[in-house]
Design a protein around this ligand. Structure first.
Ligand code: CU
Length: 154
């Protein structure tokens, strides 16, 4: 195994591929896990300003179906959370609990159940420096617990 690795390193130049890689570019992605206990495992996200798009992968590591314990990730300013969530409930599960074309929603994922995964791409140009944004789950009753803060970093 070591010999094989050394050979591969000689071909691919390990120094470049494995040592320098983390410093090369801003990390324009993150993963947030959700579970059957109605929780996100990440409470803050910092978006590097150099990113054009910030991709958040939402994983549901639980087992319950989306009708019982569905989760999504919706991004707004804090003052819009309650109204967006209320309108989302009215829009129903068929719309992933997000009102279609809701201008207050900066980005949102679809609704997923246990064992599923989805991705939401956040357009970084829509984020202002110095502003706190809130990401939350708009499944009925979840946003009081399932929320976090997203900021544009440097
Ligand atoms: Cu949820």
């Amino acid at each position: 195994m070591k010999t094989l690795l050394r050979t591969l390193c000689a071909i691919a130049s390990c120094t470049t591929a494995f040592v320098a890689a983390p410093a090369l570019a801003a990390d324009c992605s993150a993963t947030v896990e959700s579970n059957d206990a109605m929780q996100f495992n990440v409470k803050t996200l910092s978006v590097p300003a150099a990113c054009k798009t910030f991709s958040v992968t939402l994983k549901h590591v639980g087992k319950l179906p989306k009708t019982a314990m569905g989760h999504n990730l919706v991004l707004t300013v804090p003052g819009d959370v309650a109204a967006v969530a209320t309108d989302g409930i009215a829009a129903g599960v068929a719309n992933d609990y997000v009102k279609p074309q809701d201008a207050r929603v900066i980005a949102h994922s679809k609704l997923i159940g246990g064992g599923e995964s989805t991705q939401v791409d956040i357009p970084v140009a829509k984020l202002k420096a110095g502003t706190d944004y809130t990401y939350f789950c708009s499944f009925p009753g979840h946003n009081s617990i399932m929320k976090g803060t997203l900021k544009l970093g440097s």
